[in-house]
Design a protein around this ligand. Structure first.
Ligand SMILES: Cc1ncc(C[n+]2csc(CCOP(=O)(O)OP(=O)(O)O)c2C)c(N)n1
Ligand SMILES: [Mg+2]
Length: 636
């Protein structure tokens, strides 16, 4: 990581407020990779209150031509917009988010965690209580009797990759530079929080001109250590059944072409995590698609037998490893290519700490074709999976369409360049399995599954569209996720962000309902239905009363154009109609709550009650104990 001001620093100073200096600084930060240079902050989303209206708010008004301001409707959602943008831009750009003190600030904590889990840069500027403490307790201050230095903003510490509180104006300089270092470092990046006491924001100081000069942050591609590549090549060359698991790092590093070349040169099959989905387009005969708990039959079959697993840019979540049951060869070894040493060391793997593209290119030079019978098996498995996929997404004759057919229709509408966005519910797993990824850069599939945060879908999709205005964006959101955070639709209307939102309404939490039934708890608490007075909510599969809730009308009331559909054909027509709109379009469709997509040997460890009077729970516990026997520790 290096940074340099574009012009030599001049020895003069300028008298500005802390907020003015910060906004001017942020407006001129640039990032550079492979010789391509771009502005790092596209703008600033914000909601004002007494904590930031006079400080950051004044500065944003004064410098509106330098850093455009956009009004948010919910602070958490603003951070999701920034995260969606950052992911679509391969972490080479983001937004700033400013909030007031107290609730406005803590509303961003979930957004911060999401960004940090997914390793996406977002810059958060929560306001803080007075550094001078004069009027304390100020409105919305939570006082901690035993510690005068604590404010609610300390909640950001565990969810931020860098946290600072600017208590004196001069501290801004080091805080801002540290923030940029972390935001632009692919191994370190995530949420960066600069808490800004409301009095300090408005205080003036002598700002060195060098601080305000345009500054370029170069992201170097870290090459692998030659010896690490030699050892990795030795392992893979000795392997009979090697398999690549492609994670988000492949896409962020723009290494999809390098991956394809390695696969074509060696015949090693590829499967993908959620963030890595689309790293090798689905049409490739060795692209096995999703692996793990929500994996395809093909990927999970090959994973079970693999003897060397090359993880590239993955943090090995439990969904990827099927809670460590996916890889069953007793002698399986891992090679982990990752920019972060933390992830490279997982599963006792051979750590190749490097940029994904650099490492894949180096590996290609060091590897030979793998045994032909393994590549042939992979091709056969892949072909069989393609037929299964066609079977699963085919429309059925039921009263309500099933979700898989909805996914198929959206997939067709998205074509090669459209982007699907999703985060929580039953759709991420179904999309992981069923989506045919067609974009050669891997930018057509955007499922936030690091934090799997209900409510991310709409604001996340807005961020994607802001980052890639030429692509059609298809947000797939369940009724539950929609209800969590629909308000940013008003922002999409205000900002004329033309995304298509497919609202898949099955009247409740279908995913958790199915999970609940699988642990013996009968879907308890997962329907939207009137609460019977004092009786427990046990949901039978039939005869469920639904609430008189009309989500399509809700979307309409927020200013979106809404198309109500009942069949997959109507959905296809609506998706056609929505193309080229100048604002958000919500396509509402009701789906069958119980017709799910099968699991293909994708276990997921969810602990079941060890004792219970209920025979269903006891049976689930027995199944859990049996399945858990497949769990491995990967210690060699
Ligand atoms: C913020 C948040 N709260 C709770 C959860 C746990 N959770 C995961 S999926 C889900 C239900 C989602 O319902 P819906 O969006 O309707 O999708 P469906 O399951 O019906 O497909 C819940 C409650 C979560 N992922 N995120
Ligand atoms: Mg639902």
């Amino acid at each position: 990581m290096t940074s340099r001001p574009l012009r030599g620093a001049v020895g003069q100073t300028l008298r500005l407020t802390v907020a003015q200096a910060l906004i001017r600084f942020l407006a001129v930060q640039e990032v550079e990779r492979d010789g391509r240079r771009e502005r790092f902050f596209a703008g600033c989303f914000g909601i004002f209150g007494h904590g930031n209206v006079a400080g950051i708010g004044q500065a944003l008004q004064q410098y509106g031509d330098l850093l455009p301001y956009h009004q948010g409707r919910n602070e958490q959602a603003m951070v999701h917009i920034a995260a969606g943008f950052a992911r679509q831009r391969n972490r080479l750009g983001t937004y700033v988010c400013t909030t007031s003190v107290g609730p406005g600030a803590t509303n961003m904590v979930t957004g911060a965690a999401l960004a940090t889990v997914n390793r996406l840069p977002v810059l958060l500027l929560p306001s803080d209580t007075f550094a001078g403490r004069g009027p304390h307790p100020v409105l919305q201050q939570l006082e901690v009797p035993h510690d005068g230095t604590v404010s609610v903003n300390d909640c950001f510490r565990p969810v931020s990759r860098y946290f600072d509180r600017v208590e004196r104006p001069e501290q801004l300089i080091s805080a801002a530079l540290e923030a940029m270092r972390v935001l632009t470092d692919p191994a370190e990046t995530g949420a960066v929080t600069l808490a800004l006491p409301e009095d300090v924001q408005a205080e003036a100081f002598e700002v060195p001109e060098g601080f305000l000069e345009p500054r370029v942050w170069t992201v170097w591609r870290q090459p692998p250590v030659a010896e690490a590549i030699a050892r990795a090549a030795e392992l893979v060359r000795a392997a009979k059944r090697p398999l690549i698991v492609a994670g988000g790092g492949v896409i962020y590093s723009e290494a999809t072409a390098a991956l394809r070349e390695l696969v074509d040169a060696t015949g090693i099959p590829v499967c993908e995590t959620q963030a890595g989905r689309g790293a090798l387009p689905s049409e490739h005969p060795l692209s096995l698609g999703a692996v793990g708990s929500t994996g395809t039959a093909a990927a999970n079959r090959m994973a079970r037998e693999a003897d060397v697993v090359i993880g590239v840019g993955t943090r090995w979540s439990d969904f990827t490893t099927a809670s460590k049951s996916a890889f069953q060869d007793p002698d399986v070894r891992f090679v982990n290519v990752n920019v972060a040493a933390f992830d490279a060391a997982k599963h006792s793997g051979l750590a190749v700490v490097a940029d994904a593209r650099e490492a894949l290119e180096a590996l290609r030079g060091a590897l030979a074709p793998v045994p032909a019978d393994w590549t042939t098996l992979a091709r056969e498995q892949k072909a069989a999976w393609e037929s299964e996929l066609d079977r699963v997404i085919a429309p059925r004759g039921g009263e309500l369409p099933h979700q898989a057919a909805v996914i198929g229709a959206v997939n067709d509408a998205a074509g090669e360049t459209g982007v699907v966005v999703c985060a929580a519910g039953s759709m991420p797993g179904d999309l992981h399995k069923l989506w045919r990824a067609r974009d050669p850069l891997g930018k057509g599939y955007h499922v936030e599954y690091g934090y799997s945060c209900m409510g991310y879908e709409i604001p996340g999709g807005m961020g994607v569209k802001l980052a890639a205005p030429d692509r059609e964006v298809y947000v797939m959101v369940g009724d539950g996720s929609y209800l969590m955070l629909p308000g940013e639709l008003a922002t999409a209307v205000a900002e004329r962000i033309p995304i298509v939102i497919v609202l898949v309404d099955n009247h409740g939490y279908a995913s958790i309902g199915a999970l609940s039934r699988s642990v013996g708890s009968a879907g308890f608490g997962t329907h939207y239905r009137p609460a019977p007075n004092g009786r427990p909510l046990l949901d039978p599969l039939e005869g469920v009363e639904t609430l008189p809730v009309d989500l399509a009308a809700n979307a309409e009331s927020l200013g979106a154009r809404v198309i109500r559909t009942k069949t997959v054909d109507e959905l296809r027509a609506a998706l056609d109609e929505a193309r080229g709109a100048d604002g958000p379009v919500v396509v509402h469709i009701e789906t069958d709550r119980y017709e799910g997509v099968p699991s293909y040997d994708g276990w997921w460890e969810v602990p079941v009650a060890e004792v219970s009077d209920d025979p269903a729970v006891r049976a689930a516990r027995e199944a859990f104990e049996r399945d858990r026997k497949a769990q491995r520790q990967y210690l060699r």
